[in-house]
Design a protein around this ligand. Structure first.
Ligand code: GAR
Length: 192
């Protein structure tokens, strides 16, 4: 059974879908740690209910990204995590974690990358007036949503869609796609 850590900053609906998939056996992995950079995030309540340990920190209490990532790396080592899953972690991963987990970090992003990287991808898609947007799962590199793409699913933008309605459709797709892509990846030799 692979040991994974999930990184999240906000609501944690993707964290929860991964945790449910791990519980049901659809995803043959154990979430050994949640890493959260926001002490007020709802994801922390979800983790507590699920009995998943969390490392929560305030980035501004550290001198640098290197300083907090060094602490994260130590916690990850303690937890035995072998693979990192970014599920709404709204922060660029720095060289400390990239070096500690080479090609072992994946992210989910709510657009068809390379379109609409960065913040508010759903709002960016609406503002651009596209008819199709979607979801991307990709390996993480030092860039902003730029690493090699692993899987994508499209989502139609309908006349009258609002940010809320489009986000809900995208998240439904994310909650299906992410656990299944993770299961595929964890079964591959590349990640063993
Ligand atoms: C998800 O839609 C995820 O794709 C997005 O944040 C949301 C987190 O929702 N991530 C990014 O925009 C990363 N650039 P959740 O906390 O309910 O899982």
């Amino acid at each position: 059974m692979k040991k994974i850590a999930v990184f999240a900053s906000g609501s944690g609906s993707n964290f929860q879908s991964i945790a449910y998939a791990a519980k049901s056996g659809e995803l043959k992995a154990e979430i050994v740690l949640l890493v959260c950079d926001n002490p007020k995030a709802l994801v922390l309540e979800r983790a507590e209910k699920l009995g998943i340990p969390a490392f929560v920190f305030s980035p501004r209490k550290y001198d640098s990204k290197e300083a907090f990532e060094t602490e994260i790396a130590a916690r990850l080592k303690e937890s035995g995590a072998e693979f990192l899953v970014l599920a709404g972690y709204m922060r660029l991963i720095g060289s400390t974690l990239l070096a500690a987990f080479p090609r072992k970090i994946v992210n989910i992003h709510p657009s068809l990358l390379p379109s609409f990287p960065g913040k508010d991808a759903v709002g960016q898609a609406l503002a651009a007036g596209v008819k199709v947007t979607g979801v991307t799962v990709h390996f993480v590199d030092e860039g902003m949503d730029t690493g090699p793409i692993i899987a994508q699913r499209s989502v139609e933008v309908k006349e009258g869609d609002t940010r809320e309605s489009l986000q809900a459709k995208i998240q439904d797709v994310e909650h299906q796609l992410f656990p299944s892509v993770l299961q595929k990846l964890l079964g591959e030799r590349i990640l063993t």
